[in-house]
Ligand binder design. Structure first.
Ligand code: GTP
Ligand code: MG
Length: 309
């Protein structure tokens, strides 16, 4: 088989900088959860994108992007699981792509990555080529970005800093070429039709969880996990039963809403999005269950799928 450039590119950075938005953008589909709230992503998720490299040898690249949770130094087993997922992804990658939010005056500077919450990620990234994507430039003034680019170039001589907008797609193709040229040459690592390493069930679960971030108040999404309990395909339709797991009895009525109005809204939005992701009609039933203080309990978080592999 023809040789290609092929390997893993870990997408890392602070929470809410646009890592998951970028992965959805390069894949041209909604694979991972995105929200305006920090710490939306809890897991490592791979999305494979094949691109052409005109005029280069080889002429094609398979980039296996690894979306990761935003770095944080929060306590408790779920936070630890999330932290370890980011650090492991950076350590195992061929290239590390650090996403920086161009609108965050402090967070966009290289010194920010030496603070306590981010330092583990910095160490894990050291062995690999590092690329910085300065994201959200659709809302940043260009002259404002020049000192930021200069600061990164001074901190890491020779580094490539690519201004992008994951939201509009601006310059994302340039970024992909920069990443591809740093990947090793060899036999393709992934089958040509592979998009993700995750099952349709996992993707559905993430889409439902994303709706919780969109529709529930500030704190509640962090107390929620989603589990797929039943999954059957009949007559071209997928019939899904999913449970929203909360931490306390008092949270249950908030998710359900008055006369079931909230969970109904959640169900409608999630069903549409899951159907779009799977490309077939979906029937979705949602239930709420209490698992006391699950995010503080190692065994419970494993039971809910947050298990180191
Ligand atoms: N204006 C603008 N907003 C963006 C861009 N990229 C992402 N966002 C917004 O930034 C917010 C966070 O996006 P996510 O993709 O969830 O960020 P993340 O880095 O994956 O966040 P965590 O998973 O919580 O670490 C969302 O409200 C996005 O719509 C961009 O290029 N421009
Ligand atoms: Mg994310």
């Amino acid at each position: 088989m023809d040789e290609v450039r092929s390997g893993f590119c870990a997408i890392v950075g602070l929470p809410n900088v646009g890592k998951s938005t970028l992965l959805n953008r390069v894949l041209g589909r909604r694979l991972v959860a995105v929200s305006a709230k920090p710490q939306t992503t809890r897991d490592r998720i791979v999305g494979v994108h094949t691109i052409d490299l005109p005029g280069e040898t080889p002429e094609r690249a398979q980039i296996a992007y690894v979306d990761t949770p935003g770095v944080q130094d929060g306590r408790g087993p779920l936070r630890r699981y999330m932290r370890e997922a980011s650090i492991a992804a950076a350590a195992d990658a061929d290239v590390v792509l650090l996403i920086v939010d161009a609108l965050d005056r402090k967070g966009r500077m290289p010194e920010r990555m030496t603070e306590a919450d981010a330092v583990g990620l910095g160490d894990a990234s050291k062995a690999h080529p590092l690329i910085v994507a300065l994201n959200k430039v659709d809302r940043a003034g260009k002259p404002d970005l020049l000192p930021v680019i200069e600061a990164w170039s001074n901190a890491h001589p020779g580094i490539e800093v690519v201004p992008i907008s994951a939201a509009t797609g601006e310059n994302v193709d340039t970024l992909e070429r920069v990443i591809a040229m740093k990947l090793p040459v060899g036999a393709p690592m992934f089958p040509p039709d592979m998009v993700t390493d995750r099952s349709p069930q996992f993707i559905a679960q993430e889409i439902i969880r994303e709706q919780l971030y969109h529709q529930l108040g500030k704190e509640l999404p962090y107390a929620c996990a989603v589990q797929i309990e039943t999954w059957t395909e009949r007559k071209g339709e997928v019939v899904v039963g999913a449970v929203i797991v909360v931490e306390r009895e008092s949270q249950k009525p908030i998710v359900v809403g008055r006369a079931g109005s909230r969970i109904k809204e959640l169900g409608i939005a999630a069903r549409t999005a899951v159907a779009e992701a799977l490309g077939k009609p979906v029937h979705l039933s949602l239930f709420v269950k209490v698992l006391e203080e699950w995010s503080r309990n190692e065994r419970d978080i494993e039971k809910l799928g947050y298990k180191s592999t």
